[in-house]
Ligand binder design. Structure first.
Ligand code: ADP
Length: 397
């Protein structure tokens, strides 16, 4: 019975309670320190609190009754308008889950303002009946973040020069290009230095690429790319590391009848697969470790699908939603490999998206992980208008 349940109010019996609860809800909404906007199931704004008006520089009348995506414009960190399909409110409506993101809202004056936004869809019987957006101005955090990125970019640029000198001279020593003889013990020491230098070089490259992705300065050089050669090269390079001696690497791309050629960026694709294959080898189990790279041409979709599969330690289910976040590492991985940074997958996702593709994964703890990368056969600026119309129709119908 409702009256037995303290959480359920029987409004039919008591109109005063309804008015009281309504007033309480409004007061609660207004007292939220962050900006808060509520919408109906069509995305039309029903309520706005005072902090939201201050953050957006608007008056209540500018917003209430309006369609949220139209009056609260959102941009990414490159200043590109976020397509309706990708807006957190759309994602929250479509998935029924709460979505948290950092993005830019347009201030009334036309300036854009970095905000941290959380959107929750209000669901009834599996259908969205509205949404609540909570957001706060993160201008200061954003500026500090920019300064950090600039510092990382500068530091990694500066590290490159001495690193390439170390790399060149150790290789010269190892290949006997410097007069004098090297004994067995010294050669072993030298190969450890070479391996450590390669890892340091990889780290510096990752840091540089991360700062390029974040500042929108990734240069994409599209030309014909032979995916079979890239996969062969990556497998060969990763296999060479002494720590992966016990791992078996295989791929259907190594003995294909004819190569798969796409129009994309050679170097960026190589970077993506170097990271994924290295991860699979790094997070393998000590016995019978196999890393398998599968290449499939999806002619009908005009895409290629590359799967990097391993039978390693797997990713715990509780870490799945964070695995592409910057600096994120699962506990079982930190125990296995202490040198990781949690930057690789963040970078890989950024690169794949820059190339117009998408990435996802499946993983079972103790059984293994598969990362899937789908890339367009021909990389060009994405036309999302068609996709967006479907969603607009869904939300507004
Ligand atoms: P790093 O490997 O430097 O820690 P990444 O960004 O490449 O950083 O990966 C982030 C995290 O994702 C890893 O720390 C690990 O927890 C998990 N991970 C990535 N690839 C795999 C894999 N193939 N098997 C198990 N865990 C993985």
């Amino acid at each position: 019975m409702p009256e037995d349940n303290p959480h359920i109010t029987n409004f039919a019996d008591s109109p005063e309670s309804f008015a009281e609860t309504y007033a309480q809800n409004i007061a609660l909404f207004e007292s939220i320190g962050d900006g808060a906007i509520a919408t109906d199931e069509y995305g039309r704004i029903t309520k706005v609190n005072q902090p939201a008006l201050e953050i957006l520089g608007c008056k209540r009348n500018d917003l209430v009754g309006q369609w949220l995506p139209k009056v609260v414009r959102a941009y990414d960190d490159q200043g590109r308008s976020i397509p309706l399909m990708d807006r957190p409110i759309t994602q929250a409506f479509l998935t029924g889950r709460s979505v948290t993101e950092k993005l830019f809202f347009e201030y009334k004056s036309g300036e854009s303002l970095p905000v941290s936004l959380n959107v929750s869809a209000l669901m009834r019987e599996g259908r969205p009946i509205g949404a609540v957006l909570l957001f706060r101005d993160i201008t200061q955090e954003y500026q500090i973040d920019r300064m950090k990125s600039d510092f990382i970019s500068l530091a990694s640029h500066q590290l490159r020069t001495p690193l390439s000198a170390i790399k060149t001279y150790t290789h010269m020593l190892n290949e006997g290009l410097v007069p004098g003889t090297i004994n067995r013990e010294q050669r072993r020491t030298l190969s450890t230095i070479i391996e450590a230098t390669d890892r340091m070089n990889q780290l510096v490259t990752t840091l540089l690429n991360v700062s390029r992705i974040e500042s929108g300065n990734v240069i994409v050089n599209t030309k014909k790319v032979n995916l079979n050669s890239i996969i062969a090269r990556v497998l060969k390079d990763v296999q060479q590391a002494k720590r992966f001696e016990e791992v078996e690497f295989k791929s259907n791309a190594l003995n294909a009848d004819k190569p798969t050629i796409i129009t994309s960026d050679n170097l960026l694709i190589k970077e993506v697969f170097e990271n994924l294959v290295t991860n699979s080898a790094k997070y393998s189990k000590p016995k019978n470790a196999v890393v398998n790279v599968k290449l499939t041409h999806r002619h009908a979709k005009q895409t290629v699908l590359i799967t990097v599969q391993d039978n390693g330690i797997g990713i715990p289910a509780r870490d799945h939603s964070n695995i592409f976040s910057k600096f994120y590492r699962a506990d079982n991985a930190s125990g296995q490999d202490t040198s990781g940074t949690g930057l690789g997958l963040y970078l890989v996702k950024g690169l794949v998206e820059t190339l117009g593709g998408r990435i996802w994964f499946k993983s079972k703890l103790h059984q293994g992980t598969s990362f899937f990368v789908e890339l367009p056969v021909s990389h060009k600026a994405e036309n999302s208008a068609g996709r967006n119309m479907d969603i607009i129709n869904k939300i507004t119908s």
